[in-house]
Ligand binder design. Structure first.
Ligand code: SME
Length: 153
């Protein structure tokens, strides 16, 4: 993704966050924007942290998933939550602790959302391409998560 396109997306995300609509609607619009505009983002969704170390599926864009509640430690999302760090998987078929949403998914990137040092959610992105994500996706999505956290949590 070009730097200019990333800057354009960040500015559109800021506009979405200023709209007078619910948090739910804003998160859905951001998920849709990212999936529609970035070619290798095939599923984009937010998981929100609930008490008792559980992630609950929030707004998303893409095919419905059966993984609506994920315990910390389970799958890529749960491991990212337990370790409180991003998790980049180049080839999900090589990952033992993985929860499959679709056989089409080949790689995944999970970025934690923090508020005042506390984990409040995650941005989860799946791709149908092997090794689709790199450091620049991670940096970009961390920036997205920071803006989202500042505005909505
Ligand atoms: N693959 C994830 C589960 C969530 S779906 O990708 C939407 C995981 O292993 O945690």
């Amino acid at each position: 993704m070009e730097r200019r396109e990333k800057e354009a997306l960040i500015s559109e995300i800021k506009n979405i966050l200023e709209r007078p609509v619910s948090r739910e609607e804003k998160l859905r619009d951001i998920a849709e924007l990212l999936r529609n505009r970035v070619e290798h983002y095939d599923w984009v969704g937010f998981y929100l942290v609930e008490e008792d170390e559980t992630l609950v599926l929030g707004p998303y864009s893409g095919e419905p998933t059966e993984h609506v509640r994920i315990r910390f430690g389970k799958g890529i999302c749960g491991q990212a939550a337990a370790l409180r760090r991003p998790f980049l998987v180049e080839d999900v078929s090589k990952e033992n602790n993985y929860l499959s949403c679709s056989p089409l998914v080949k790689s995944e990137l999970v970025v934690p959302i923090f508020k005042k040092g506390e984990l409040v959610g995650e941005l989860d992105i799946d791709s149908h391409r092997l090794a689709a994500f790199d450091e620049s996706d991670l940096k970009f999505l961390q920036q997205v998560c920071k803006i989202v956290s500042d505005a909505l949590f």
